[in-house]
Design a protein around this ligand. Sequence first.
Ligand code: NAP
Length: 316
Amino acid sequence: MRIVEITEFGGPEVLNINTVPDPEPGPGEVLIRVRATSVNPVDIQLRRGDYSDAVNLPAKIGVDVAGVITKVGPGASRFEVGDEVFYVPRLLENEGSYADFHVEQEAIVAKKPQSLTFAQAAALPLAAGTAWECLIERARLQAGQRVLIHGGSGGVGVYALQIASGAGAYVATTCRSENFDMVKNLGANICFDYREPDLYTRLASDPREQFDVILDTVGGNTIENSLNLLKPFGQVVSIVDQSTPQNLVSGWAVNGSVHFVFTTQSAARLERLSAFVDSGLLKPVIEKSYTLDEVVEAHRDIERGQRSGKIVLTTE
Ligand SMILES: NC(=O)c1ccc[n+]([C@@H]2O[C@H](COP(=O)([O-])OP(=O)(O)OC[C@H]3O[C@@H](n4cnc5c(N)ncnc54)[C@H](OP(=O)(O)O)[C@@H]3O)[C@@H](O)[C@H]2O)c1
């Protein structure tokens, strides 16, 4: 089978497509014919060496799978050959989803939404699963609450908007003004261009712009900026590894909470997402699709920035 591996950290050109024997499922595992995967920022971060202390070379890449069960390992009983599935692989024992086949523990694999193609399904697990974990599981978002999604046009943001809107929240978001129409179609009630000078000073001085839940998919000073916009007992949820010192004192004044989420793998969460998809409340947002052989160009594309959804890789 083909698999993308790196033997050194660096730019997109370090991505090699190698041919290796097909893997075999062990006890409690299933073998999946990968039909599509997606490109996530963590793939770029891993490739360029941001986690070089934790990642051994050669390394494999990719954290989304949509495909078909082709073999069931000893003791595995949840799936049959031919079942169509999607999932987020274990992140720390990464076997790499940029490949023709992938082995995974059956416990974290879920049935793919029937209504979606493999490419559409591959655009969901990590990004939509993280958005769901942050808003529904961690912040326990309620209908009628006001939520602010930072980075609404990005991979996680496009799903966070839909999940928050589907949950009955009033939804604000930050993105480029060029993406205002797109994010409104995904459920945003109001949009702010993050390039506006002194945006957060303006919002903090407007008592109407206060939020129960704020999702940070951006990093930098976003937690500090967000704490100034919190309602009493409000919550900020951040998914970005924070290296910028921030002043959190505004959170004290409003009894605020800050949560950090490093997404966990959960078949049950993916099944709830599937139900959301099947009820029409969540749709995949694909900006562009590449084949596995075009992986270098796909990485170049995502590194250019200015996202409007997900980039997927198909193995056809
Ligand atoms: N903790 C976890 O479990 C977890 C899970 C998934 C992702 N993540 C992390 O979360 C981050 C976002 O992931 P993603 O897949 O959504 O990335 P993405 O697709 O690159 O999206 C990032 C979005 O942020 C926007 N943006 C950039 N600067 C901004 C600013 N100052 N204010 C508001 N928006 C801004 C970008 O808009 P433009 O492109 O228009 O500039 C883009 O739409 C990444 O760092 C990723 O590694 C963490």
